[in-house]
Design a protein around this ligand. Structure first.
Ligand SMILES: Cc1ncc(COP(=O)(O)O)c(C=O)c1O
Length: 392
């Protein structure tokens, strides 16, 4: 295959930090993406769980068009209605506390880190997070991310952030103490290949935070907004966070992030503590409100559970044939391990077959389709995967 001319343009104009797949999209609809020749691809990634509502959802498009024609942004020096409505929606659908807006998942984690450090004060600077977690690429978020391969080139990092293995209860118990201001956790570690954290570990994290007066910060940037079935993944595992981080699908594809904290601690920030020029702007908030109203629908959430079961049943059949080693996940957040290290090649073959998937390591594939995907497309994904894996 000849290299498309846009790859040469990329190499001449863009920094070299991404490994893009060789496809350029021009439009999308639901779980379908199309290239300039009109070829259809089944999107099984939703922009890394960033567009759970699906591409160009009519209600999100209408909200953006309407808001863009009236007022795009005005900064946090003033009030706008979409900002208030979205904050109320998040508050009323989660822990009942107030909201801070930002522009991305990394920024949500940065805001939560500042909140936790201020809450803890100088005698409680320590944070405990999990190895293999992922919280973003800016300095605080990168330090919370327990993955040395992403950190080493950028040291020194932020001090007093420690990591324990995701299922090591003893290590967690030993790490959390009177100097801890927060324990940081994803309900399911997504970026590393979809690893659910055990109920015991989650319960222990909650208990230790209660015992030592630390904050339990739950990063729902990837698991949130009905990805796993419930609106937020914590709602199905019997723990309540003190602070929750959101981004990705909050905006229906438009950049926006948020944190919310339970009522007793949502007054930690005072004017001057933290802020962002763009954040909470009316365009992003109008898109987010439309997206949240779609994703908050219990019928859609039931369908996510049903479709997730169907996907996993199909993938488990590939385990029986020996083509797949393990299947993990909840709802439409799914990861599989292959018996051999060929995940990158399988991702490339699946693209040729018209399916967008993602390899998180040499052996692991991840699927995060838009929640509106048809069951026939999920069946097609499993069938195409079986064919690609069977062809050595
Ligand atoms: C759990 C989690 N937290 C934070 C982030 C960072 O989000 P962003 O890329 O918007 O900064 C991600 C991104 O994948 C994520 O999965």
């Amino acid at each position: 295959m000849t290299t498309p001319e846009w790859v040469a343009r990329e190499q001449a104009a863009l920094m070299t930090n991404y490994r893009r797949q060789p496809v350029m999209f021009t439009h999308g609809d639901g779980a379908s993406l199309f290239d300039a020749e009109g070829r259809r691809y089944v999107d099984c990634m939703a922009g890394i769980s960033m567009i759970n509502v699906g591409h160009c959802h009519p209600e999100v498009v209408a909200a953006i068009q309407d808001q863009a024609a009236r007022l795009i942004n005005v900064s946090n020096l003033y009030y706008t209605e979409p900002m208030l409505e979205l904050a109320e929606w998040i508050r009323d659908h989660s822990m009942g506390g107030r909201v801070f807006f930002c522009n991305s998942g990394a920024e949500a984690n940065e805001a939560a880190l500042k909140l936790a450090r201020k809450y803890g004060g100088p005698s409680r600077p320590e944070v405990v997070a999990l190895n293999q977690g992922f919280h973003g690429r800016t300095y605080g978020a990168l330090t919370l991310t327990g993955q040395p391969d992403k950190q080493t080139a950028f040291t020194p990092l932020v001090p007093d952030i420690h990591h324990v293995d995701r299922d090591d209860l003893e290590a967690l118990e030993a790490a959390v103490g009177p100097r801890t201001c927060a324990v940081w956790i994803e309900i399911i570690q997504g970026e590393v290949g979809v690893h659910p954290i055990s109920r015991e570990m989650l319960r222990l994290a909650r208990e230790l935070c209660d015992r030592h007066g630390a904050l339990l910060v739950v990063d729902e940037v990837q698991t949130g907004l009905s990805r796993t079935g419930p609106l937020f993944a914590y709602q199905e595992v019997d723990i309540t966070p003190d602070v929750m981080c959101l981004a990705k699908s909050l905006g229906g594809g438009v950049p926006i992030g948020a944190i919310t904290a339970r009522p007793e601690i949502d007054a930690v920030f005072v004017p001057g503590d933290h802020g962002s020029t763009f954040a909470g702007g009316p365009l992003a908030c109008a898109a987010a409100l439309a997206s949240c109203r779609v994703l908050g629908d219990s019928g859609l959430q039931d369908s996510v559970r049903r479709k997730g079961e169907r996907l996993r049943t199909g993938l488990n059949a590939l385990v029986e044939t020996g083509l797949v080693r393990e299947v993990r996940g909840r709802g439409l957040m799914c990861g599989i391990d292959l018996p051999v290290a060929r995940a990158a090649e399988v991702t490339a073959r699946m693209l040729e077959a018209g399916y967008l998937i993602n390899n998180t390591s040499a052996e692991t594939l991840r699927f995060l389709p838009p929640l509106v995907i048809d069951e026939s497309d999920l069946d097609g994904l499993v069938a195409a995967l079986g064919t690609v894996l069977a062809a050595q």
